[in-house]
Design a protein around this ligand. Sequence first.
Ligand SMILES: CC(C)(COP(=O)(O)OP(=O)(O)OC[C@H]1O[C@@H](n2cnc3c(N)ncnc32)[C@H](O)[C@@H]1OP(=O)(O)O)[C@@H](O)C(=O)NCCC(=O)NCCS
Length: 413
Amino acid sequence: MSIDVRPSEDPAKYLATDQLVWFGEVTDADADHLRLGLPADQRFVVDLPDGPDDLHSGIYGVRPMEMSLPGGAVVPIAGLTWVGVHPDARRRGVLAAMMSDHLTRARDAGTAVSALHASEAAIYGRFGYGSAVLTHQVSLGRGTTFTAPHLEDEVASLTTHLLDMAAPGVTERMRACQLAAAPDFPGTIIGLPDFFTLMAHETPEQLRDKEPRRILFARRDGQDVGFTGLRREHKWESARPSGTVVVGTFCGGPAARLALARRVVDLDLMGTTKLENVGVDDPILGWVGGPRGAGDLKTWDSTWVRLVDVEAAWPLRAFESDCDVVVEVQDRYAPWNAGRWRLTAASGTGAASRTDSPADVTLDVAALGAGYLGHGIGGLLRAGLVQEHRPGAYAELARAMRTTVAPEPSIGF
Ligand SMILES: CC(C)(COP(=O)(O)OP(=O)(O)OC[C@H]1O[C@@H](n2cnc3c(N)ncnc32)[C@H](O)[C@@H]1OP(=O)(O)O)[C@@H](O)C(=O)NCCC(=O)NCCS
């Protein structure tokens, strides 16, 4: 049975379907929220003939976003979000139909890459998304010492300033910082101005027992050079203050990050600083002397990347070493990618072209997504997840795609 996916015409029904699937608290402000960062023409729905009457059988949405790639290009991407299938309609192919629809629309719009944050790790690999960025969550004690001798001169020229995220002009400044830093931190994803407004918009219900999100800026000569977001939580233990400050993604160069990190481990009334989103090559672990310099460290997947159009996506990024490999790409949901491609990189520049030559490597398109931002994919061969026909060909490909520094995790969207 073919499943029809079409643009949403009923914003209230679209929202109500999302609320059923995600079972969050329904607040008066949600209808306003809906309009932020998710353009009306980027909301799509499925109504199965025997599906629920009052709600959609499935919904998804696309945030128009930008992402920085190895080499520094900042390109438009489709930020897949709001994916939900009505509990009565699940496991009947609704998500599969929505994924085919999304990939076709993205390709038609000339968008070469789609990205998402996965609710469950098992869902998106089958649709050709690869886990492209890992992130750490790190806990640090009050007053943790950071050692970075070659950054000290630069740090000395920086000051830090705490503001409410909802204060006028703050989200614009955050977005400008992200755009400025993105080329040096491949994997950075930047939303439209509306998306930042969404992040800053916190309902009274969301703030019931919390302070509003604050933004800590790093500045040099009156100019913003970085920021991070934070929220403090009170806790008293044996009459002593031992609160936790939860800190979001860092943005800015190494010196700005160091100035910000020093400030967030030295806030009054706090005992613990929890850094929620630290890239695996983030300098912070070096500054504390390695993983055990942190009180606690957890790792999970951040951004998942999908090459919507292999031919268009491959040359957008730069490469740190050369390759010339014929790859048989398997792609069930974007059949225009399937078949044999000659993927080359020379002097940093990539090219993808169709070929009839025998394949050196056979892989699912998800493997190319996993390595697209520079994350190491060499281990997939040992894991039996890719197939090599010419010895050494996969290593050549994986080495060319890998970057010296692992890609940057993104802010959840
Ligand atoms: C995840 C969700 C969207 C799946 O929708 P669905 O319509 O049931 O999925 P489909 O019937 O199209 O399944 C397509 C394939 O994915 C598999 N699949 C779907 N959900 C899966 C899951 N959670 N874990 C593992 N596999 C899953 C199906 O088994 C099927 O496999 P097949 O191609 O081998 O037959 C739905 O369960 C849901 O809305 N969950 C809650 C919200 C959510 O997690 N959204 C994702 C946001 S990132």
